[in-house]
Ligand binder design. Structure first.
Ligand code: ADP
Ligand code: ADP
Length: 228
């Protein structure tokens, strides 16, 4: 079955805002989906619900067959989240950052996977650098390494290129493509059609809490008259 199964999901915040309205979506393993939409569309809310950080007011979410309400622990093990904001301890070494997160998940501090993970994100040579010494792109890669430290099947990237320059954006795109080559299922959010087009297999357009459409990229780009 699908790795992610979202069925008639809705979210009304206590303030009265309907952040999500009847959203249904399925994702297959190994797929990359870009959620495209303006500020306030509900992208962060959707990711936060799937990750168990925000409680839905209606509908169901299953991750790897586990209902997030009744079987949250099992679901959470399958998920890695890279939040929008960069929050790293400035004086901590790269390798210690990742070891710390692995510890939280009960993973060994040092093993072959730790090295493989840091190498795959081109962080191995920087493993003893303090995070404050890193470039913006490297900091984001440390966040990805932390999110992947327990070998989740699904990775969420919330606006991975928000506030970064073009060169860094392209670097992030490459990182995502590399992760896909390793078989990780990815959902990312973005404001940019170009970014969705470049990174994703499918694009979902979300606006005012409604998932207006979800289509394979090629189909969608055809409709925009941009087929190459
Ligand atoms: P984004 O950058 O994803 O568009 P926002 O600027 O809408 O996020 O929100 C920034 C933060 O404020 C988020 O943590 C969000 O949960 C919170 N927030 C947004 N709108 C409200 C609101 N109406 N009431 C309370 N908190 C809100
Ligand atoms: P996006 O990530 O697409 O910018 P969000 O999911 O952050 O959208 O926000 C969707 C809507 O929900 C917005 O109207 C936002 O103001 C509102 N919202 C987000 N977080 C909260 C919150 N904690 N409390 C109340 N309203 C919120």
């Amino acid at each position: 079955g699908p790795i992610i199964d979202i069925d008639h999901l809705s979210k009304r915040y206590d303030s009265g805002t309907f952040a999500l309205k009847d959203v249904s979506l399925q994702m297959q393993e190994g797929e990359i989906l870009a959620l495209l939409g303006p500020n306030g569309a509900g992208k962060t809310t959707l990711i936060s619900i799937i990750c168990g950080l925000v409680r839905p007011t209606g509908g169901t979410v299953r991750v790897g067959g586990h209902d997030i309400r009744t079987d949250w622990r099992a679901a959470r093990k399958l998920i890695g989240l890279v939040p929008q904001e960069i929050a790293l301890e400035p004086f901590e070494k790269v390798i210690d950052c990742v070891r710390f997160t692995r510890g939280l998940y009960g993973e060994p501090q040092d093993d072959a996977y730790l090295e493989q993970l840091l190498r795959s994100l081109a962080l191995w040579d920087k493993r003893d650098a303090k995070t404050r010494e890193l470039s913006g792109g490297m900091k984001r890669r440390v966040l990805i390494a932390k999110a992947l430290s327990h070998r989740p099947k699904v990775l969420f990237l919330d606006e991975p290129t928000a506030g970064v320059d073009v060169a860094l954006r392209r670097e992030m795109w490459q990182v995502v493509r590399d992760l896909r080559a390793q078989g990780v299922t990815i959902i990312l959010t973005t404001h940019y059609l170009e970014e969705a087009e470049d990174m994703a297999d499918r694009i979902g357009v979300i606006r005012k809490g409604e998932l207006l459409l979800v289509k394979p990229k090629d189909e969608l780009m055809g409709e925009f008259g941009k087929k190459r």
